[in-house]
Design a protein around this ligand. Structure first.
Ligand code: ATP
Length: 231
C-alpha cells in the first residue's frame, strides 16, 4: 500500500465513439506517465470463459453460439445483440444481465490490484459501454474523446475491415454520443493531431490532480506503457 500521505491513484474513464482515439490517447499518455490500463473489453472476453457465464449464455442463446469445444463464438453472439431492432435490444439486455456483473467484478479486482501495487500515477479505464453499464461510478473523472464520424470511419477502416454499416450498428447499440459527451467531465478534441489531443488531456489531468504535475516534472519522457494486466 502507498503511504497515507500519497494521494489515491486517480481512475480516469475514457469514453467516445468507435475509432475516436481512446487507445491511441492511452498509449500517448503511457509514454509520459506510469499508466495502468484496465480494459473492459479484455474483461468481457475473459468473462465469456467463465463456466457459469457460459452456462447462462447457452440457456439463453442456445448451442449455436458455441464451438465444438464449448467456447463462445463471439461473432455469432455479436450478430444477435448488435443492432437497433427490438429483438436485438432484448437479446442485448439478456447478455448484459449475464456478463456485466462479472465484468464489473473483474474491473474492481484489477483496479484494487493496481492501487495496491502503488507503482502507477493513474489508472485508465477503457470501456466502450462505460455509461450504459454504470461503470463510470468506478472513475474519478470521465473524459470523452471526440472526433467527427467521417474521420472515425476513415481511421477505423484503415485498420479493421468493418464496413460503415457495422460501425453504425455497434454505435446504435450504445448511448448516443451527445449524451456521453454531456456526461463527461472533460472533452478532448481528437479531430487533429494526436499530439494536440494528448496535450489537452494532460493539461486537464494536471489541473485536476496536481500530484501528476509533480510527477511529470520529475519524469524522464518516453516510457513504455504498462502492459495491461488481464482484469
Ligand atoms: P475503438 O473504440 O474502436 O477501440 P479507439 O477509440 O480506441 O477505437 P483508436 O484505436 O485509438 O480508437 O484509433 C482508431 C484509429 O485512428 C487508429 O488507427 C489510430 O491510429 C487512428 N487515430 C487515432 N487518433 C488519431 C489522430 N489524432 N490522427 C490520426 N489518426 C488517429
Amino acid at each position: 500500500m502507498p503511504p497515507l500521505s500519497q494521494p489515491q491513484i486517480p481512475i480516469i474513464g475514457l469514453v467516445g465513439g468507435v475509432g475516436s482515439g481512446k487507445t491511441s490517447l492511452t498509449r500517448w499518455l503511457g509514454q509520459r506517465l506510469r499508466v495502468a490500463v484496465v480494459d473492459a473489453d479484455a474483461a468481457g472476453h475473459a468473462a465469456l470463459l467463465e463456466p457459469e457465464v457460459r452456462r447462462a449464455l447457452r440457456a439463453r442463446f442456445g448451442p449455436e453460439i458455441f464451438d465444438p469445444e464449448g467456447q463462445v463464438i463471439r461473432s455469432r453472439l455479436a450478430v444477435r445483440v448488435f443492432g437497433a431492432t427490438p429483438r436485438h435490444r432484448e437479446a442485448r439486455q439478456m447478455l448484459e444481465a449475464i456478463v456485466h456483473p462479472v465484468i464489473r467484478r473483474r474491473l474492481e479486482e484489477a483496479i484494487a490490484n493496481y492501487r495496491q501495487r502503488g507503482e502507477y500515477d493513474l489508472i485508465l479505464l477503457d470501456a466502450a459501454v462505460m455509461l450504459e453499464a454504470g461503470w463510470n461510478n468506478l472513475c474519478d473523472v470521465l473524459v470523452f474523446v471526440d472526433a467527427p464520424l467521417e474521420q472515425r470511419q476513415a481511421r477505423v477502416q484503415a485498420m479493421r475491415c468493418w464496413t460503415t454499416e457495422e460501425l453504425e450498428h455497434r454505435e446504435a447499440s450504445q448511448w448516443p454520443l451527445d449524451d456521453k459527451r454531456t456526461a463527461a467531465d472533460f472533452v478532448v478534441d481528437n479531430s487533429g493531431e494526436l499530439e494536440a489531443a494528448g496535450r489537452q488531456l494532460l493539461e486537464f489531468l494536471q489541473h485536476r490532480f496536481p500530484h501528476l504535475a509533480d510527477r511529470l516534472a520529475a519524469t524522464v519522457p518516453a516510457r513504455t506503457p504498462a502492459s495491461p494486466v488481464l482484469p
